[in-house]
Design a protein around this ligand. Structure first.
Ligand SMILES: Nc1nc2c(ncn2[C@@H]2O[C@H](COP(=O)(O)OP(=O)(O)OP(=O)(O)O)[C@@H](O)[C@H]2O)c(=O)[nH]1
Length: 348
């Protein structure tokens, strides 16, 4: 069953220096027992689920931002047509927007601010992030998931796999957090729940070999999306960080251009303190985008402005709960509108 797969892998690991360094072909043999049989893959495609309308998306944000709204409403309890400069400043502080960003956003605004004026300034804060063209993606499209312990990496991978399936794309997971046995188990549980294949190995084995095998399996099986987990790490853990750099290098060996996205998962409940973490990882491996998790559990929704603006990175998704459907595509317009709906009366 795996002869084609094996041939591809042998072809793609011809680099002698690399074989010496990683001994990848041995690791591939070790992992083959863990690869989900191809026939199970067909069940990875399910029917297309209808896309949310802009109003539905706004409703998702409103639900996710409940705690943030409760805190800004302590400043502006009634909806108004115009709100004073001081009140806007205070409510943005309440929502955990960094002071420096508040100053930037409000510079030159009048003492009474309309919805339109504030909307323009808030949406602008997301404009620094480069636009990402998601048309004509390479196949497989490889995403590497990075973050500190407990940020929500594993859960987010499951949610991303679920979105792939909803979009009728095939997907394979790589259990690259080989540091903790529980992490491999947790991702395997999600894989069987979602009926998607997973490449895994034993705890303590080489994480970059898992990344390599996952990409090779995707190429051999013509899979659309690859999502690779990595161990949670702090920006100060040198060994783990060298491991991360190695994973990135090995992805490139498995497929030129991979990983196509290195996504940083940030725990939204940490607010602005997550920025320093992301900055350090960005310097280390170059991050392409952010996913902010646990937005439902925090009053610090305003940190999204600082996160995107300070890091000059796009926020792709936000996590709004623990279930597989609780990940929504981030849109600055919908996010800002949900926030403004709480404090301003409708524009005439
Ligand atoms: N409320 C809420 N909880 C979330 C969200 N995303 C993840 N969680 C929860 O956060 C906890 C940690 O999530 P994991 O996915 O295990 O985090 P991780 O980054 O893989 O953790 P490590 O494997 O320890 O590095 C779990 O209890 C998740 O259910 C979210 O968007 N909202």
């Amino acid at each position: 069953m795996f002869s084609f797969f094996k041939k591809k892998k042998e072809d793609s690991v011809k680099n002698e220096e690399f074989l010496e360094e990683e001994n990848i072909s041995d690791s591939i043999k070790k992992h083959e027992a863990d690869i989900t049989p191809i026939k199970e893959m067909s069940s990875a495609i399910i029917e297309v689920v209808k896309e949310e309308t802009p109003q539905e998306k706004k409703n998702f944000f409103s639900r996710a931002l409940e705690k943030t709204f409760a805190s800004i409403k302590t400043v502006v309890p009634q909806k108004q047509e115009k709100i004073s400069f001081d009140d806007i400043q205070e409510l943005l502080i309440e929502a955990d927007m960094e002071y420096e960003i508040i100053e930037k956003a409000m510079n030159g605004l009048p003492s009474e601010i309309t919805r339109k004026q504030l909307r323009h300034r808030l949406v602008m804060l997301f404009e620094h992030a480069p636009k990402v063209d998601l048309s004509n993606l390479p196949k497989p499209f490889v995403r590497l998931i990075i973050g500190v312990n407990g940020a929500g990496k594993t859960t987010t991978i499951a949610k991303l796999a679920n979105i792939s399936k909803k979009n009728q794309k095939t997907v394979i997971l790589g259990a690259g957090d080989t540091f903790r046995a529980a992490a491999i188990e947790q991702l395997s549980t999600w894989a069987s729940k979602l009926e998607v294949p997973i490449i895994k190995t034993k705890q303590g084995h080489d994480a970059s070999a898992v990344a390599y095998d996952t990409i090779s399996a995707a190429i051999a099986r013509d899979i659309d999306n690859v999502i690779i987990d990595t161990a949670g790490r702090l920006q100060t853990q040198t060994n783990l960080n060298n491991e991360l750099k190695k994973i990135v290098k090995v992805c490139e060996k498995a497929m030129i251009g991979a990983p196509h996205q290195k996504l940083m998962i940030l725990d939204g409940t940490q607010g602005n303190t997550a920025i320093a973490q992301a900055r350090a990882f960005n310097e280390m491996v170059g991050i392409n985008g952010i996913i902010v998790t646990k937005l439902d559990g925090t009053a610090k929704g305003g940190a999204l402005f600082s996160i995107s603006n300070q890091l000059e990175l796009p926020i792709f998704y936000v996590g709004i709960g623990e279930k597989q459907d609780d990940l929504i595509e981030f849109s600055p317009d919908d996010f800002v509108d949900s926030l403004l709906d709480e404090i301003y009366t409708a524009e005439k």
